[in-house]
Design a protein around this ligand. Structure first.
Ligand code: GLN
Length: 508
């Protein structure tokens, strides 16, 4: 007997397909956050320690470009699923590329390292936006379980984000595992690559259960939504091939110019070009949106609000995503990583945000329901998000001053900062996507998922830039700048709350 989507309540009252997507995304985030926990530490570790021996300015640039591209490629990834592959196949191929990327990172060579980053970027672009869209296909448009379904899915993300650094951090940095490798006659410095390998194994589990669980997804996402007939699919496939051809030709051209010595390709140079590309793409996108004709006055007002929320989200992520960059360096270099005399890997701090999300998400959800009609508006929640973020970095100004002259501070400082950041994330992040999709004029709703990820792309880029200047300023100066920058944007948001509310309330 096949049951309609509304009747399927097999997974905590939700369609059984949600369990497939929950665990696939859990493993994908396991691989992403497990690897990211090590990334900047691996790049800055000396060659004798098994690292790449990069200085922080280079490591920050690579970190920013990589994490930014991971989110930026959600735009073409969404397009390819919509027009050519369909959501289901896009997620699978994306997962395969991600796994291949982590396998490549497990090989100790600089070229394998960069190849690995490129593969993870391409794979995540295909998987991340489309698996979220697949969650949407599990519910009929008026199914009241929809928002709750996304909250359960967000738990899957954070379950992966919580477990991963514990595993990869223990493998890469833990004394116990290094001792084990040494005992086996394997160089202890290769421990980093075992950590990256664990990320690959995680993605493998994700793929296996996605394959076996795919029957639970019904018909959703098999046919590309934007090209339903075979003729349309043929046309779109041709467009994709042309696009890929031009990209490969361009990259090949640059490659040849570098071989003959006309241009010098450096990691920092590539990162800078990509960075300018991300900011230019975001700017051009909004320019195109605003200059397009045919918006009604109401739609135009909504687009202005979307733009303000986009900027707020970009500022938020630019500080928040320093979890993997400056705050990771701070954990490694300036924090006492011992509890009751027992040491732990600095990368374990990377689990803290996800743990707090799992603990606090139900509390915050309860709070919003409890507030009922007094539930704050989306710009108010954005301002709150930025406020908690700024407060978290305010705490780091004190921690940074205590850590001056090479002292190691208590782990509690980072824990408090991550707690404040998580409260901020819970105020801003879930509201952000739903506000974006709700406010978007119907013709561009699909694109808004991409715009939301574009805010993460810009944010991650800036988070990398802050890591690049980690050693150029004192820690209180650096963290003070982030505190000030997010506080100013919080105040701008506070000032805009009432005009935004008025704009949205105005009749069409
Ligand atoms: N932690 C969330 C995730 O991994 C959101 C990250 C982001 O959008 N910057 O999905």
């Amino acid at each position: 007997m096949t049951r309609s989507r509304d009747e399927d309540t097999a997974f905590f009252g939700h369609p059984s397909g949600l369990s497939t997507l929950f665990f696939t995304e859990m493993w994908e985030r396991f691989s992403y956050y497990g690897m990211r926990a090590l990334l900047i530490l691996f790049m800055t570790a000396s060659i004798t320690q098994g690292g790449l021996g990069f200085d922080v300015s280079k490591a920050g640039a690579v970190y920013g470009a990589y994490t930014s591209m991971v989110y930026m490629l959600a735009l073409p990834g969404g397009w390819i699923a919509d027009r050519v592959l369909g959501l289901r196949r896009a997620v699978f191929y994306g997962g395969v590329l991600i796994m291949a990327g982590h396998v490549s990172l497990a090989i100790p060579s600089v070229s394998a390292f960069y190849l690995g980053l490129v593969l993870v970027v391409l794979g995540t672009g295909l998987l991340k936006p489309n698996i979220s869209a697949l969650v949407g296909t599990l519910y009929t448009p008026d199914d009241v379980r929809r928002d709750a379904g996304f909250s359960i899915y967000y738990m899957g993300i954070n379950l992966g984000g919580f477990i991963a650094p514990l595993v990869t951090g223990w493998l890469a940095q833990g004394e116990g595992f290094r001792g084990f490798l040494h005992g086996m006659g394997i160089a202890a410095e290769s421990a980093w690559h075992w950590g990256f390998g664990a990320a690959a194994v995680g993605m493998f589990f994700g793929l296996v259960q996605y394959r076996f669980g795919s029957k639970r997804l019904g018909e959703g996402g098999i046919v590309p939504g934007g090209a339903v007939t075979p003729e349309e699919q043929r046309v779109q496939r041709k467009k994709l091939m042309t696009g890929l051809g031009i990209t490969v030709a361009l990259l090949g051209g640059i490659g040849i110019l570098s071989v003959v010595g006309v241009v010098a390709i450096t990691a920092v140079g590539v990162a800078q070009v990509l960075g300018v590309g991300v900011v230019a793409a975001a700017g051009l996108f909004f320019l195109w949106l605003f200059s397009s004709r045919g918006w009604s006055p109401d739609e135009r007002r909504r687009l202005i609000v979307i733009f303000v929320l986009f900027l707020g989200a970009a500022v938020f992520w630019s500080a928040f995503e320093q979890a993997g960059s400056t705050l990771n360096l701070f954990a490694d270099r300036s924090t006492d990583t011992r509890i009751f005399g027992v040491g732990f890997p600095a990368s374990w701090f990377q689990s803290v945000n996800s743990l707090f999300i799992i603990l606090l998400a139900p509390v915050m959800a309860w709070l919003w329901v409890k507030l009922g009609r007094r539930d704050p508006s989306s710009p108010t929640k954005f301002a709150l998000g930025l406020f908690f973020l700024s407060a978290g970095f305010g705490v780091m100004i004190v921690a940074g001053s205590l850590a001056a002259n090479g002292a190691q501070v208590s782990p509690l400082w980072l824990l408090v900062t991550y707690l404040l950041h998580t409260i901020g994330e819970l105020a801003l992040s879930p509201v952000g996507l739903s506000a974006m999709t709700k406010l978007a004029p119907a013709r561009v709703t699909g694109m808004m998922m991409g715009v939301w990820f574009m805010a993460s792309a810009v944010g991650n880029l800036i988070a990398g830039a802050f890591a690049s200047i980690y050693e150029s300023f004192t820690l209180p100066q650096l963290f003070g700048a982030v505190t000030g920058f997010s506080l100013i944007f919080c105040l701008v948001m506070v000032v805009l709350i009432s005009p935004i509310k008025k704009m949205l309330a105005r009749p069409t």
